[in-house]
Design a protein around this ligand. Structure first.
Ligand code: AMP
Length: 234
């Protein structure tokens, strides 16, 4: 497996594969890899000739009081996981390489980024859209793989790829969960034991809402009430 740290080195590697008409699959991540990331890597491995995984903790998608400094960065473990999964390139640029001095361009997806998570994290999706554009322009994959766990992120990126004619297919894959239903996430490590015990109520509420819709409930307020009722049964 190649570990590439420079933007130019990554672009050169991709160019040489494209000359041979190889299909490149790409999985962008912030590292601290777990079975959720692994499912995206495996899908990429099955669908493409070559697989690139990026590890980059992107400062521009964190708010001023968020966890950028303490976000886990277990590089050796991540490299071993990628190696074991048959990844061809681990692309791990520095912050300076990604955002050189005088960097000043931003990508904004106006409508989709405004609500939900965007309402409480005002700069988040602009940071995500900007870094993913840069990564896609550098890696030039045929397909890029994203998790449904971050659903709003995935649809923001799909819209952006379409609007900007990035020429990449965006694949959105199902959420990998713990046996009790909690979605795998690097940030689950921050949960106190009592919070960890409570967290699976989110999935139970989602399932109750989905079941209500399947059984014919059509009013959003009723679905919401059913989900809240389910949530309170811990
Ligand atoms: P992150 O490293 O958190 O930026 O995530 C990188 C990619 O992995 C994103 O597309 C996430 O949606 C995806 N991902 C993270 N956790 C999971 C999970 N539990 N199941 C499926 N995909 C995931």
């Amino acid at each position: 497996m190649n570990v590439i740290r420079s933007m130019v080195g990554m672009a050169r590697w991709s160019r040489s594969l494209r000359r041979d008409e190889m299909c490149i699959g790409f999985v962008p991540t912030m590292g601290a890899l777990h079975a959720g990331h692994r499912s995206l890597i495996r899908k990429a491995r099955l669908s493409c000739d070559a697989v690139v995984v990026s590890l980059f903790v992107n400062p521009t998608q964190f708010g001023p009081r968020e966890d950028f400094a303490r976000y886990p960065r277990p590089f050796s473990r991540d490299r071993a996981l990628c190696e074991a999964e048959g990844v061809d390139v681990l692309f791990s640029p520095s912050v300076q390489a990604m955002y050189p001095k005088h960097f000043q361009t931003r990508v904004t997806v106006a409508e989709l980024a405004r609500r939900w998570e965007g309402a409480t994290r005002p700069q988040h999706f602009q940071g995500v859209a900007t870094v993913v554009t840069k990564l896609l322009n550098t890696v030039t994959p045929d397909v890029a793989f994203f998790g449904q766990k971050d659903y709003q992120q995935a649809i923001v990126i799909r819209q952006m790829a379409q609007d900007l004619n990035l020429g990449v297919r965006i694949a959105i894959l199902p959420t990998v969960r713990e046996p009790d239903g909690l979605a795998l996430s690097s940030r689950n490590a921050y949960l106190k034991p009592s919070e960890r015990r409570t967290a699976p109520v989110l999935y139970r509420a989602l399932r109750a809402g989905a079941q209500a819709v399947r059984q014919g409930t059509r009013s959003a307020r009723s679905v919401e009430r059913i989900m809240r009722d389910r949530k309170s049964v811990v």
